[in-house]
Design a protein around this ligand. Structure first.
Ligand SMILES: [Zn+2]
Length: 144
């Protein structure tokens, strides 16, 4: 299982993290689930970070924005396959807050580290289990 994404979309996601630095960026990954459990990203949708109280180490996508993206994706025959956010001057690893605030099991949670304003490592984590047993598993990013 892997998250498939084009280099252009991966660059777009990483560039968003550079633009919002030193604050966190966030957004939604829209595309397709395949039968094998893999995912293909077809568009990267940048969202505004609504966590104005602590934008350097928290992110939040407004429910209204998420509902709109979900509705538009469904109309296009696509699904929300994941989410992304940046970690300014922090490793590309999930935090306990990230796990607490992740609710879309089966989706990918991509984290890109931004060091001194430049996008560094980008990792993806699969949210596995259900709401009670949820946990992150390392997931390969297949960029081409
Ligand atoms: Zn995080």
């Amino acid at each position: 299982m892997a998250l498939k994404i084009s280099n252009a979309l991966l660059d777009q996601l990483r560039a968003h993290g550079e633009q919002t630095y030193p604050h966190e960026c966030c957004g939604v990954l829209v595309g397709q689930f395949d039968e094998a459990g893999g995912k293909a990203v077809e568009s990267v949708i940048a969202c505004g970070n609504t966590r104005t109280d602590s934008p350097k180490n928290r992110y939040h996508i407004s429910p209204a924005e998420l509902i709109r993206i979900q509705r538009e994706s469904t109309l296009e025959g696509r699904d929300i396959v994941g989410f992304y956010h940046s970690h300014p001057d922090w490793p590309a690893k999930w935090s306990s807050t990230d796990l607490d605030e992740a609710h879309w099991t089966g989706c990918s949670y991509v984290i890109t580290s931004v060091e001194k304003g430049r996008a560094a490592l980008t990792n993806s984590f699969l949210l596995a289990g259900d709401e009670q047993s949820k946990h992150f598993e390392d997931e390969d990013i297949e960029a081409k």
